[in-house]
Design a protein. Structure first.
Length: 442
């Protein structure tokens, strides 16, 4: 008999939850499921999504046990996989992450620069809490973590939970691979073979070919040099105006190293002046999300609840949902498939800090991961990565030690902050904004 798996989505009130559940249901032939749980500490927010999915599952898959809960014991007992997508402080705090730095003339972005550091200081405790629940109630389970900012969270789990069964992932390179597949006339990102190295939201593709080994880089470079990623297909979460601008700007990011294809987030480090000029301090990406995705997903769920049926309803599937299902299958069924993961370097990039949490291709099977060596990296990327990984390590040290000085150093070192003076003023404002969430810094 085929084994059936039990899943808990930690952060069940997330707008990404319906897409993930839809993707799980879409793949029951490959990945049979006996139980789906949602866990969140916000009962009201999760309640809307939970009620809608309960109706949908009862109608379409009554054989799957479904619960949504705020009780950790109920949520994490008897599970095989924890899919973690936490946003500690929700959109209210994301709003501050994006807008407080802008007052100091620095970019306001949820995962990059000061906003990402602010969010990271909130996320560390939340992710550790979920990991501890898993280890207490289902010690054999795997946690697939895609809570942002992934680089800081991954460094914190490396330091504080080094033996835990956690894999840190990000869907952004997948979205770019969808676009690159489209540029060369392929339908799915899985049809590409690739090499890539960097940190999360801070990396470069060095080789892309099809499954027959044909080099696709020349055609992709030609496209990116003119258009960036602007006119390739993508997922609904990346169609807001600010994303379109980011995908277009990729052509200028590419110009700094035409040997590679860059991650779009490098825009924030290479062109912060451009970002500042093109940002409305009163209407940032969080506002786009509230007006778009947030409204759409909760409206969609409320509609199912009001009608009392999910008949005729189609769930929109997200890029990262497919990735998570594929990753869970690889762990469960020992497929040894290739994934881009955030892992301890440990020599995979030989001329870079062995303790750095790098984003590189890995083979995944039931015993975990095998890194694929990416070789030595050029001076330009090495210098950028050493600066950025130091920022991430200092943030984690600030959290562990309750150190004001380390957090000031982290902000000062970031390529997005112009001086130690600005860093200190910004830190004091961020401490005030995060007083309910950050550990006390002395």
């Amino acid at each position: 008999m085929t084994q059936k798996y039990s899943i808990v989505v930690a952060g069940g009130g997330s707008t990404f939850t319906p897409g993930i559940i839809g993707m799980l249901l879409d793949n029951l032939d490959r990945f049979p499921i006996r139980s789906i749980k949602l866990y969140d500490n916000d009962a009201d927010r999760q309640g809307v999504i939970g009620k809608a999915l309960e109706i949908l599952l009862k109608e379409r898959h009554p054989e799957i046990n479904f619960v949504y809960t705020t009780d950790p014991e109920e949520g994490f007992t008897d599970v095989d996989f924890v899919l973690a997508q936490l946003r500690v402080g929700k959109y209210e705090m994301r709003d501050r992450d994006e807008k407080v730095p802008l007052k100091h003339g620095c970019i306001g972005q949820e995962t990059c620069g000061p906003g990402g550091m602010s969010y990271g200081m909130r996320s560390i405790g939340g992710v550790l809490e979920i990991l501890d629940y898993m280890e207490k109630y289902s010690p054999e389970a795997w946690m697939l973590n895609y809570s942002n900012p992934a680089a800081i969270v991954a460094e914190a789990t490396r330091r504080l939970r080094p033996n835990s069964k956690i894999i840190n992932i990000c869907d952004m390179p997948i979205d770019l691979m969808y676009k690159m597949a489209d540029m060369v006339g392929l339908k799915e990102w899985q049809e590409l073979d690739f090499s890539y190295y960097g940190l999360n939201h801070f990396g470069w593709f060095t080789a892309i070919s099809d499954k027959e080994g044909n080099d696709l880089m020349p055609k992709i470079k030609e496209h990116v040099s003119v258009n960036g990623f602007a006119d390739g297909i993508g997922t609904a979460q990346h169609l807001d105006p600010s994303w379109v601008e980011t995908f277009t700007k990729a052509k200028d990011v590419y110009a700094l190293d035409p040997e590679t294809i860059p991650n779009t987030y490098l825009k924030y480090y290479f062109y912060p002046d451009f970002v500042m000029e093109h940002t409305d301090p009163n209407h940032t990406r969080v506002d786009e999300v509230r007006e778009g995705r947030e409204k759409d997903v909760f409206g969609f769920c409320q509609n199912i609840i009001d009608k009392g049926t999910a008949e005729g309803v189609e769930i929109e599937l997200d890029a990262h949902a497919t990735y998570i299902v594929d990753l869970a299958i690889a762990l469960a069924e020992n497929t040894k498939e290739r994934f881009l993961l955030i892992v301890e370097n440990n020599g995979a990039i030989p001329n870079f800090d062995p303790t750095a949490m790098v984003e590189i291709p890995c083979l995944v099977g039931k015993n975990g991961i095998e890194r694929i060596n990416q070789g030595a990296i050029p001076q330009f990327q090495k210098g950028l990565m050493e600066q950025q990984v130091s920022v991430e390590k200092l943030v984690v040290e600030a959290w562990i030690e309750g150190s004001y000085l380390k957090m000031w150093q982290a902000l000062t070192l970031s390529a997005t902050v112009p001086s130690a003076k600005v860093a200190k003023e910004l830190l004091d404002d961020l401490i005030e904004a995060n007083k309910d969430f950050w550990p006390e810094l002395n």
